[in-house]
Design a protein. Sequence first.
Length: 249
Amino acid sequence: MRIDNIRNLQASPLWRCLQVAFLFFVFQLFSVSSSWSADGDCLSLPKLKIVPGTVQKLAIQLKNSNEYTAFQADFYFPNGISPVKDASAGYTVSLSSRKADHSISANVVSDGGLRVAAYSMNNSSFTGNSGDLFYIDIVSESTYEGEGTIEVKDILFTRTSDRNEIAFDNTTCTVNTKESLKGDANQDGAVNVTDIVATVNFIMENPTSTFDFEAADVNEDGAVNVTDIVGMVNIIMSNPSREIDEISL
């Protein structure tokens, strides 16, 4: 192509369109590249029994195979439950023993969520691969009763190795004023053979929407497995008015 033809092309509307298309492609490429797989890493919140009118610690747990140096997440609380303010008008949040030289802070943002962020000035990693990562002090109204849901959204972690931003799935936590009945895995108010079926389904990674982890963890070791099924059998058999049929595992 002759030089004057190239100059004519560069001055044409077509050339400007090509430039815009190229810039859009580059922007999209880098936008996609900034979000990487979490490789199954996740935040979770254990079910919490609310004692109305009191301050309680909400534990936030991290299960991870990658190492992370920082995070941020937004928390949304049901009516009647709110984060606790400290003396300096901030919010009472604290890191667990998994911290290194990390700092943590929190503030309510424009949409009403409590944004919590933690980071390390030295790019240090959080320690361990499971367990509590940090805590939020929450308070409930004295009249609070029933069940509510705490939502966690826009969860972002920074991976230590390459400082890439990792987006985690949103998660929720159920808060309830009712005491869980030990062994009542399906939350029907009784302990019977249907709770064993519900627990078997959970172990086989096919839980029902009503499955209550806390109630199913009969031996209170933080896990639900066949040992808890044995515990449920003992609860059922200790009541002479109940009978238990054979269950195929």
